[in-house]
Design a protein. Structure first.
Length: 503
């Protein structure tokens, strides 16, 4: 095995130390190591070979952690699948990645059984199988293939090498002071970077303990801190809004939350008001950071020192950033430009998509598509997307084009523009501006389109707000003018916020 890769399968010498704590029991270091190696052995016995892509579909629980790590220990590339995706979305990922096989939690096996690949329940992989031996996988080989939305609509596979995962998560752990005495409450999905890379790999590399929960639960978080000494919580802005709502009902729990060591936020912009309210209630100033699937974690506010509202800090060790203008030249402090990244954390490229990979890079610099500005002290603030077709909502990166394509299939839609509008809870909320094909009533149209979208796309992609217009703005060539539509909608919503239609 590669030198860096080895570290992800080393859980310390203390066999009694808890590593993963779930609702149905605890895995200590020795038990976790044995479970990974035996399940990897079962996969190898069923024909999985080094370099194969193997899909995993499971909830946020210890079995998923074991499952993904077992796929990787066997020498295969893990392809985490989203339980909230529709059959069509899952089919795209499975076909595009050319998975050799699919493994699912027993409760989700029916979701993958019809996708045209060999599919096994994780319960079918015997716990007493012969352990897999170490295999020869290089640190430059892919460890993960994570699918992320892009401006082309269909999700693209981001190939993350072991080198990037281990180096970046080790650097992040050092920046945040993670260590064996830490216990992390993990309530994020395990099919994307935030929950999987930070919530699992960073914690395992630091020999911290992971308290894993199937979903966010404010009461469970309070109990974790009060009863189990949890020290670290990884959240997204929606979770912190919900925590503040919980504290409004249970103000005494603020004293419990204050016992933790570190609260972090990412995946979407955190409203300054949320930051201030949480600090006032608990004494903790949430540590914001910034990253992407393609770059892992790029920027972080400091563990010690000032954390400025609205900024996402400075580069993590091993990462370089620059901000460039439209001409490709560097811009001075205080001037907005596109944030570009290079360094240890970068993806290998988009899976079997050399054109998209080439378009994403300027020499060795990855073009994030995010507009950023640097202050005189080097701190960076993210101002928004340079593309109107990527929406960051509730911790997910969502393609507006994918939603538009789905809506245009409905006969009542003449055309549609899908946008992301700033939202304190969601970061951005998904808004669909519909040009109706007929004179159908608004309520009937919204109900029909909501049902339509939910049969084709994951629920988190469904618009939270619908606006019906007589005609969408177009330029002289007939192309939708999204920037002007966005400005119109923002002004409209400001006037009629009380009449918003949420689904």
């Amino acid at each position: 095995m590669g030198r860096l890769r080895d570290r992800c399968f080393e859980f310390g010498d203390d066999g009694a130390r808890a590593v993963v704590v779930g609702e149905h029991g605890t895995l200590d270091a020795a038990t976790l190591s044995d479970a990974i190696r035996r399940r990897a052995g079962a996969l190898r016995a069923r024909g999985i070979r080094i370099g194969d892509r193997v899909g995993w579909l499971g909830p946020t629980d210890p079995d998923t952690i074991v499952g993904i790590l077992a796929i990787q220990f066997a020498g295969a590339v893990a392809v985490p699948l989203c339980p909230r995706h529709t059959a069509g979305e899952l089919q795209h990922v499975v076909d595009d990645s050319d998975c050799a096989a699919l493994v699912a939690h027993p409760t989700l096996l029916d979701r993958v059984a019809g996708l045209g690949r060999t599919a096994w329940s994780s319960a079918e992989l015997p716990a007493d199988a012969a352990p897999a031996p170490a295999c020869d996988v290089d640190d430059t080989d892919p460890a993960l293939l994570i699918y992320t939305s892009g401006t082309t609509g269909r999700s693209k596979g981001v190939a993350l090498p072991w080198r990037a995962v281990v180096a970046n998560m080790t650097a992040l752990g050092a920046a945040w002071g993670l260590g064996p005495t830490d216990r992390c409450a993990s309530m994020l999905p395990l099919f994307h970077v935030h929950g999987l890379c930070i919530g699992v790999y960073a914690m395992l590399l630091a020999q911290a303990t992971i308290h894993v929960h199937p979903k966010f639960d404010a009461t469970a978080l309070v109990a974790d801190i009060r009863d189990h000494g949890v020290t670290v919580f990884l959240g997204v802005p929606t979770m912190y809004v919900a925590l503040l709502e919980h504290l409004g009902r249970h103000p005494d729990d603020a004293a419990v939350l204050s016992r933790a060591r570190l609260f972090t936020a990412g995946s979407a912009a955190l409203a300054p008001s949320t930051l201030a309210e949480f600090e006032a209630a608990t004494g903790h100033r949430i540590l914001e950071r910034y990253g992407m699937t393609e770059t892992l974690i790029t920027l972080s506010n400091p563990l010690h020192g000032e954390r400025r509202a609205g900024t996402v800090g400075m580069p993590v060790d091993g990462v370089e950033v620059r901000i460039v203008g439209d001409d490709g030249g560097l811009v001075p402090a205080g001037t907005p430009g596109e944030l570009q990244v290079r360094g240890d954390s970068l993806m290998l490229g988009y899976w079997r998509n050399p054109a998209a990979t080439a378009a994403a890079f300027d020499d060795a610099w990855f073009r994030t598509g995010d507009v950023a500005v640097r202050d005189d002290g080097g701190r960076i603030a993210i101002l928004g997307r340079s593309s109107t077709d990527i929406i960051k909502s509730g911790g997910f990166k969502i393609s507006a084009l994918e939603i538009e394509d789905a809506l245009r299939e409905h006969p009542e839609v003449a055309d549609v523009a899908v946008l992301g509008l700033s939202d304190d809870r969601w970061g951005e909320r998904v808004v669909a501006v519909i040009e109706a094909a007929t004179a159908i009533g608004r309520s009937e149209l919204v109900d029909a389109l909501t049902r339509h979208v939910r049969t084709r796309l994951a629920d988190y992609k469904c618009p939270r707000q619908w606006i019906v217009v007589d005609a969408l703005r177009r330029n002289q060539m007939g192309k939708l003018e999204k920037a002007r539509i966005r400005a119109d909608v923002a002004a409209y919503v400001g006037d009629v916020d009380a009449r918003r239609s949420h689904t």
